[in-house]
Design a protein around this ligand. Structure first.
Ligand SMILES: CSC[C@@H](O)[C@@H](O)C(=O)COP(=O)(O)O
Length: 343
């Protein structure tokens, strides 16, 4: 059945992705028809954001199954699953989606398998939108009345099945008249804040001020922001949270200035199999992304550069984690486990 969200269009058997590398200047859609092209799109940042990566991987596997036709089985999909799993390492939603589809596939074969994978990929897409809307309601209530909220990277409709995680909270809070506006950090090196978050917020007429990442401390010192809300790529059993590089800096600053630091993520981003954040694989990307901005060199050619795509914020710096199931205040092992066990 066709499903459409801001950056992901599923026709029922083919996938189109909005090429997020070209935003905000150009709206270009790429057609994806198998697991290899889905994996390429994830690795090359055509599609990004933990939930959107999971949704894309699910559709990629479903299309692969359909392409294989009558003889398809879980065994014949193993290479495609490995290709998708190798695309990016940090966002657990990718692995969560693949494992979920593997369970659905089970011993099915042929048309039954194709139909089951299609239905589950569509369910993952729809469930993510519903989760975001619920997180929006729950998270908005945590923000101080009349506050200005600082956010990092892009966690909006582009990064998810719709509405957004942290940006979903911002959207819901704005609709409720709870916040006065948003400060978006530009988010070097890929500029998700400058290119994507500001674009989404301007499109929704939500007041946004774009700042260089290095302005965050001054803005907090000057009392210009009252809360920080971010998304997550993986949250371990103790609440440690991997998110876009620079998130940890913001958490330290928020603690110093006594501001709430709120993480929003669907349950598909929780990884209770890992005890703590030191066990999360942090994606390291090409140093060329740091030496240049949007393909234009800003550093001497060949200058050594280090380019981790994510960092880990210790749970002790997090005021609350919001999932579609509720709010985990002062997250730790016990509270995360109780949250996961609750219904
Ligand atoms: C709802 S998206 C949550 C996270 O995936 C987001 O904050 C982030 O870090 C995205 O990184 P990206 O490298 O753009 O995929």
């Amino acid at each position: 059945m066709p499903i459409e969200s801001a950056a992901i269009r599923w026709s029922g058997d083919r996938l189109a992705l909005l090429d997020q590398r070209a935003l905000p200047h150009e709206s270009r859609w790429l057609t994806i028809s198998d697991a290899r092209s889905a994996a390429d799109a994830i690795r090359d940042m055509v599609v990004r954001g933990a939930p959107a990566i999971g949704i894309t991987a699910a559709y990629g596997l479903a299309m692969e199954a359909a392409n294989q036709g009558d003889n398809v089985s879980l065994a014949s999909l193993k290479n495609a699953i490995a290709t998708l799993a190798a695309s990016r390492p940090t966002a657990v939603n990718l692995f969560w989606a693949l494992e979920r589809l593997e369970r659905v596939a089970g011993t099915l074969t042929g048309t039954a398998l194709v139909e089951a994978l299609n239905a589950d990929a569509e369910a993952i897409h729809r469930e993510d939108l519903a989760a975001n809307q619920r997180m929006g309601e729950l998270g908005a209530a945590l923000l101080p009345q009349d506050s200005v909220v600082y956010t990092h990277c892009n966690t909006g409709a582009l990064a998810t099945g719709g509405h957004g995680t942290a940006l979903g909270i911002v959207r819901s809070a704005w609709q409720q008249g709870r916040i006065r506006g948003v400060v978006a950090g530009e988010t070097r090196p890929w500029l998700q804040g400058a290119r994507l978050t500001s674009w989404e917020l301007l499109n929704d007429n939500i007041p946004v001020t774009l700042v260089a990442d290095s302005a965050a401390g001054l803005m907090m010192q000057q009392g210009k922001v009252q809360a920080v809300v971010v998304g997550a790529d993986r949250i371990t059993a103790n609440g440690d949270t991997a998110n876009k590089i620079g998130t940890y800096n913001l958490a330290v600053l928020a603690r110093h200035h006594g501001l709430p630091f709120i993480v929003a993520a669907p349950l598909s981003t929780l990884d209770p199999a890992l005890d703590n954040g030191s066990l999360i694989e942090i994606e390291e990307r090409d140093g060329a992304e740091v030496r240049s901005i949007q393909g234009k060199a800003v550093a001497p050619a060949g200058c050594p550069a280090y380019n981790p795509a994510f960092d880990v914020t210790p749970a002790a710096l997090i005021t609350a984690i919001v999932t579609e199931r509720g709010v985990i205040e002062n997250p730790d092992c016990e509270r995360i486990a109780a949250h996961l066990a609750s219904v």
